[in-house]
Write a new protein. Structure first.
Length: 337
């Protein structure tokens, strides 16, 4: 592994010790320590982070293989806020990923407690950097992601309808008539709204699972930046899709009402500073409310898919509906993208 990354000029590795192991919803994580005969050379890692699929989960194999392919293709791009990768194997049966272990310099919040305001600002900065790198990039849909066209809108709408029917059967009368009425109003408007995603105008590559536990926050923000991790769900969307997932889906109303607008303003400032043009504040605000409408179906897909536990999607359902009402997203239903 070190040879493949050009890191064998100095220290000779003689032992590898497992320091910790943790099982997550879709992966197994291990932290490893490397011992070198004469100590590590310049750039050689002393600690490694190993990510493997769960043996019993085909979906986790697909996700880690996709993430490994992303690192192989783009992991060395200096424009992306990524941890240094050391090995990536997209083998469909035995995928794996090895990164630098940054646990000495970075941390994540103790879930489900959200990140602090300072940490959230660091994640906003990382997302702005990630989105700016891919902004309207001609490689979108060619080297990475799938571009939206009329056929994709139709396929996605069919899936939304299928999952919503399954969600209704699953939840029964646990979801109020008022919530169901929201879905019944949104569903006919969905194809028109989704036309916003066709082409590349003001679109980018998003993280796709941008909650604060998929970000490594620096212990010393003056010294280190934040890094995005878990890059198996990158896709072409409006940039606000990540922001609405981070805030409207993941934050309870009290926190969201205090931090939402300041974080959106900060994001827009950072995006402009990174060189993006032709994307006014009003564009971001429209896209954010549009993304909240899209994310009404995030808990629907999670419930219908059966891979995400109710302890996750039930709270997501409550939070995103609160955002839909607070932001008067219903006013967008007669609009077209």
């Amino acid at each position: 592994m070190l040879a493949a990354r050009g890191l064998t000029d100095a220290g000779v590795p003689v032992a590898l010790t497992e320091r910790a192991r943790q099982r997550h919803l879709f992966s197994l994580h291990a932290r490893l320590e490397v011992e070198y005969r004469d100590g590590p050379g310049r750039g050689q890692p002393s600690r490694l982070f190993l990510k493997l699929p769960l043996v019993e989960s085909p979906l986790s194999r697909v996700m880690i293989a996709d993430e490994a392919r992303f690192y192989l293709a783009f992991g060395d791009d200096p424009g992306l806020p990524l941890v240094r990768w050391l090995a990536a194997d997209p083998d469909p049966e035995h995928p794996s990923l090895v990164l630098d272990d940054l646990s000495d310099t970075h941390t994540t919040p103790a879930g489900p407690v959200p990140a602090s305001r300072r940490q959230t600002e660091a994640m906003i900065d990382a997302l702005a950097r990630f989105h700016a790198r891919w902004w309207e990039d001609p490689a979108l849909g060619v080297a990475v992601g799938e571009r939206w066209d009329a056929a994709m809108v139709a396929r996605t709408y069919s899936l939304v309808q299928e999952h919503y029917a399954r969600f209704r059967d699953l939840t029964g009368d646990a979801v109020s008539p008022g919530r169901l009425a929201v879905y019944e109003a949104v569903l006919p408007a969905w194809p028109g709204l989704a036309r916003r995603l066709v082409g590349l105008d003001r679109l980018t590559l998003i993280h796709g699972d941008a909650h604060s536990w998929n970000c490594l926050f620096p212990r010393d923000p003056e010294k280190d930046p934040a890094y995005l991790v878990d890059l198996s769900t990158c896709r072409i969307r409006t940039p606000a899709n990540d922001l609405a997932y981070m805030m409207a889906v993941m934050w309870f109303p009290d926190l969201r009402r205090r931090w939402e607008l300041p974080m959106l303003r900060r994001y827009h400032d950072r995006l402009m500073a990174a060189g993006v043009s032709g994307y006014a504040w009003e564009d971001l605000w429209w896209d954010y409310r549009f993304a909240v409408i899209v994310h009404l179906f995030t808990p629907v897909h999670q419930a219908a898919g059966g891979e995400v536990p109710p302890s996750t999607w039930w709270y997501n359902l409550e939070r995103v509906h609160a955002a839909f009402e607070d932001l008067d997203c219903r006013a967008l239903l007669n609009a077209t993208g």
